[in-house]
Each structure stands twice: as C-alpha cells, then as structure tokens.
Ligand binder design. Structure first.
Ligand code: TEU
Ligand code: CA
Length: 561
C-alpha cells in the first residue's frame, strides 16, 4: 500500500514553493446520490468508479467523498458506527481500493470525510460507554449529571433542534450530542480517543488516500462546562498533534469544515508555518443571508453588496498566508444556480457567471456534484418528500414555535439540505440514469433537460465552462497566486475584481442581475488583453463605459502596466 502513496504523491508533486492543492480543483461526491450500480436506489462506490472517466474529462484531480463508512444512516453517514468498514449499501473495502487505484491511474486522488467530533450511538465505543459509569470507554464521550432540578446539565442546544443533552436512564447521566441524539460527541480531552482516531487516520492514509475533509473540526476543543463549543482552548493543540501524528509531511490535502471561522482563526488553521491544515471552509457568505430568528428556515432576499463584502474580506484576509476553500455549494447547502443565480430566466448564463466569479478567486475551488451541469433545488411541496433529519426535526420545532408550515416549506425549498441531495442527473431517461431501481429520494423532473449527457456534448454548456475554468487554473499562475483587488464594491448588480502577479493582470467582471447594466469602468479595469473566458459569444472591450448583458461574466488577461 505504501508504494501506492508514493506514486500518488509523485503524480501530484509540484514546484517547491507552490502546493499541488493550490492549483487543483476538488469535486465533492455525496455517494448516496451520485450513481447506483446495483439497482437498490442508493448510490454506491462501484457507481462512483463507473463515472471516473466523466470526472477525468471535467479535469478535476481530487475527489472528496462524503462518508462511506458503516453507519445506521441517521444522518446519512455522518453518524459512524465503524470507521474502518464500508457501509454495506455503499459496497466493500475491495470496491474502495479499486476506486482509489482506478482514480489514481486517471490522475485523481481520493479525499475522505473525517467525522471525529462524534460517532454513531451504535459505535461499540458508545454501546460500551453507556453500560456503566466506570466502563473503560465511559470517558470516550461527554457525560454530565443532571442539574439540581433533574434537567439538562446546561442550555447547550443541538444543530438539529432541541437540547444537546439526552438522559441515559441506565446510568442516570446525560450525554452530549451537538447534532442528533444518535450522534454522541467524542471527548477529545481523553488521549485514548485521540490515539484511536490517529491510528484510524493512518490506516486510511496507508490505503492511498490523498487527504481528509474534517467535519465540524472547530468543535473538537469544546469546553461544555463553560458552554464553549467552537474554538476551544486546546483546538489548535489537537490539530497540531493530529498533523504531527498522521498526515503531516505527506503533502496531503486537508480541509477543515469550520462554520465558526473568522479571518483570524483561518490563519491559525491554514497558515503556512502553522503545520495544522491546508485550508478551511468558512461559511460567512452563507450565514449572512440567514434570518436572525429563524436562521435558514425563513427565505430572505439576495443582497449582492453584502455577499461581495464577505467574499472580498476573505480574499484580503488570506492574501499573504493561509488558504481559502472556495465553494458555492455542498451536501448541506442549496444549489448555487437556485440560490445565487437565475434558474428560470438565465440558467446557463447565471450558472457560468457564478463559476467564473468563484474559480478565478484565490483559493482552491470545490465543485459539488451536479453544480457543473446547473442542477437546481428540489421542488418539494410537502414535508413528506424530505428525508434530511435536520429538516424534519426543524419542521416539527418551527411549526410548534408558530412558523406556518407553508413558510417552513418555503424556507426548506430555499435552503434545505435535501436540495443538494436529489440524485445526480446523468441523462434524460428514467430516474435520470441514476438508478434502475426506486431512488431513495425523488429525482428532479428537470433532468430531462438538465443532465450530464446533454452537457458533455454541448460546447456551450455549463459543464464545458467549468472544464475551461479548471484548465485555466492549471495554466495561469496569476489565478493561483495573483493578488486580489475588488472594485465598485457598492455596485448593487456588478462584481468586479483583479488578480495581479508577475506583471500579469486578470480583470474579472460579472453582472449578477437579469438586466442590461451600463457600467463606467475605473481606470484600473480599462485594459486590453486576451479574453480567457466569457459566458456570451462576444469579446468584451474594457473601455471607459461598457454595457453588460444579463449575467454576463468574463475574464481578460492583460499585462500589468
Ligand atoms: O455539518 C455541520 C453543520 O453544522 C451543518 O449541518 C449545519 O449545521 C447545517 O447544514 C446548517 O443548517 C456537518 C456535515 O456537513 C453535515 O452533513 C452533518 O449533518 C453534520 O456536520 C454532523 O456531522
Ligand atoms: Ca446501490
């Protein structure tokens, strides 16, 4: 197995100063919804392997798989009952090894989803821990005595609604779960827990993976008695220890999911000299759109000025050190073209505009499965169509709290996690070519027009636009290393920025509206050069006054005067 890693590393090795993962693009697969090879209606690992040619043609070099491990699937695999076994519905370890080998032969590395803030309540560690207060595994988890009134130890709440504490009657103590009650939090203060996790990580590294995406990794330093959940005092100690004892020095890609990240903490996670992680996902561009009281469950209007302010802040903050992971979507978020674009009026133009704006920024771009063909949010009208535990829990709690069921469904239609989990749309045929069986969640009816087969054969498709962007990043150092500078920050419809590096200037201009926008360009943007990419078949002249078509976006490469 070790020789597999050396080969993989050689495949991806790059110039000394630049990290290979700065010039690549990552594709996220949600295995349950990607490709079903055996007709049970659930995506699986052989299904992913069957689509490697598609992924290679797109040009991606890293595949991030959402969890594939043994799990009761209470949270679709983010509740792990055996970290070193494959969930039977996804396949076998042999299937996994075959995927890694065939992917590597196509120049693609596999990154696994590391979910170590919590396990499933069916993990043997937890079934042991709950047997008695003095069980050897008891303090693998976080237990507290009831409060004086018999209630929960404190007011911590779960992301999936309700208290973060559940009483275990057998031992009369509460256990902590920041997600579902079937996802008990691990106690990272226990060195035995850390030893077990590092051993498991090294076992996967020896199987030839190229890195980890780390689920809610900002939670592992929690100090529950002070109600500290994120950014606990030992968080970075643990990450340095993890780096040192597992992936450190092996040139792997590691990305932390850190909803609590700030530009300051991002530098702690991903600074070059920090020896912690390669990069992090921050979510400020997502949460700044949420309702103060009902969060994502109350639909709110889109505000470009606010979105630009957040994206720009993160570009500036990590200009000289640290590294951004750039994304519009993932398995927890609504579809990009539905959330930020115009899926009804200008689906192609707006999806390509969003891709252009994101992929030409500083950071590593992540494509969520289906984003590259413009897949849209689901069109569910009843709570019965939803499968996601978060949505179902929150529906019950919000309706109990007085939010009208229709309001909740509107919120779920806009921001619910199942929007990203409808099956990948491969063709216009039955079940979009995802399965020959009955899909575990409804296929979007628009697969008859929005599907990979149609996209690949259409030179003007969103898919080909992504393919071009991925190639541009490999070709132009200014896209990887260029200094970011935004312009017209207060313009309500247009996003424009430059990237400058070694005498080159890339000018990116994007109209985020369905209207024709006349625009006076600042001097810095009045350049002549090579148009690297555009979503209209015309070459823009960057003169003093230009006129942008609906959702028009382009990038011009000039010499930095
Ligand atoms: O998500 C962390 C997380 O906080 C999100 O679920 C977020 O709370 C929600 O999407 C916002 O409404 C990670 C995984 O990505 C997610 O799929 C898991 O459910 C969760 O952790 C628990 O493992
Ligand atoms: Ca299957």
């Amino acid at each position: 197995m070790a020789e597999m890693r050396t080969h993989a590393r050689q495949t991806f090795s790059s110039a000394a100063k630049e990290k290979w993962w700065q010039r690549t693009t990552v594709y996220q697969v949600y295995p349950r919804s990607f490709a079903d090879s055996n007709g049970d209606g659930i995506g699986d690992i052989p299904g992913i392997t069957s689509k490697l040619e598609y992924l290679k043609a797109l040009g991606i070099e890293v595949l991030w798989l959402s969890p594939i491990y043994a799990s009761p699937m209470d949270d679709n695999g983010y509740d792990i009952s055996d970290y070193q076994a494959i969930a039977p519905e996804f396949g076998t370890l042999e299937d996994f090894d075959r995927l890694v080998a065939e992917a590597r032969d196509k120049g693609i590395g596999v990154v696994l989803d590391l979910v170590v803030n919590h396990t499933s309540d069916e993990h043997p560690w937890f079934t042991e821990a709950r047997k008695s207060r003095d069980n050897p595994y008891r303090d693998y988890y976080v237990w507290r005595k009831p409060a004086a009134d018999g209630g929960t130890p404190n007011a911590l709440t779960s992301s999936f609604g309700g208290p973060a504490w559940t009483l275990d009657p057998a031992t009369g103590e509460y256990y902590l779960h920041l997600f579902s009650r079937r996802q008990p939090d691990l106690n990272w203060e226990n060195p035995k827990v850390r030893d077990e996790i590092y051993a498991m990580m090294n076992w996967w590294i020896e199987r030839g993976i190229m890195g980890f995406r780390m689920d809610v990794i900002d939670y592992i330093g929690k100090q529950v008695d002070q109600s500290i959940v994120t950014d606990g005092p030992h968080l970075h100690d643990y990450l340095k220890e993890m780096n040192r004892r597992t992936f450190g020095g092996q040139d792997l890609l590691t990305v932390g999911e850190t909803w609590s990240a700030t530009p300051g903490s991002a530098l702690l996670y991903s600074g070059t000299e920090r020896e912690e992680l390669s990069m992090i996902f921050q979510f400020e561009h997502v949460t700044q759109q949420w309702d103060p009281k009902f969060g994502k469950w109350r639909a709110r209007p889109f505000d470009l000025v606010k979105l630009k302010a957040v994206l720009n802040k993160w570009q500036y903050a990590l200009s000289d050190d640290g590294w951004n992971a750039l994304f519009w979507g993932n398995h927890d978020l609504p579809r990009a073209v539905s959330k930020y674009g115009d899926q009804r009026g200008f689906p192609l133009e707006s999806a390509k505009m969003l891709a252009t704006v994101l992929h030409l920024q500083r950071g590593t771009p992540f494509i969520y499965q289906g984003e590259e063909i413009g897949m849209t949010n689901a069109t569910f009208t009843s709570i019965d169509q939803y499968k996601d535990i978060e949505t179902l829990n929150m529906h019950r709690l919000h309706v109990e709290a007085g939010l009208s069921p229709d309001d909740f469904i509107r919120g779920a239609n806009e921001n619910g996690r199942d929007n990203a989990r409808t099956p990948m749309q491969w063709n216009a045929g039955s079940n979009a070519g995802f399965t020959t069986g009955i899909p575990w969640i409804e296929v979007n009816a628009n697969h008859v027009t929005i599907n990979a087969e149609a996209a690949i054969s259409d030179e003007h498709s969103i898919w080909n636009h992504y393919r071009k962007l991925i190639r541009l990043r490999k070709q132009h150092a200014v896209i990887v290393h260029g200094r970011f500078q935004s312009f017209l920050d207060h313009h309500p419809d247009v996003y424009t920025y430059t990237r400058t590096h070694e005498g080159k200037k890339l000018v990116v201009v994007a109209n985020f509206s369905a209207r024709v926008i006349p625009l006076d360009l600042p001097n810095e943007l009045q350049v002549s050069g090579e148009c690297l990419i555009t979503n209209y078949n015309r070459v823009p002249q960057l003169e003093e006054r230009i006129e942008l078509q609906p959702y028009e976006a382009f990038a011009v490469l000039a010499s930095e005067d």
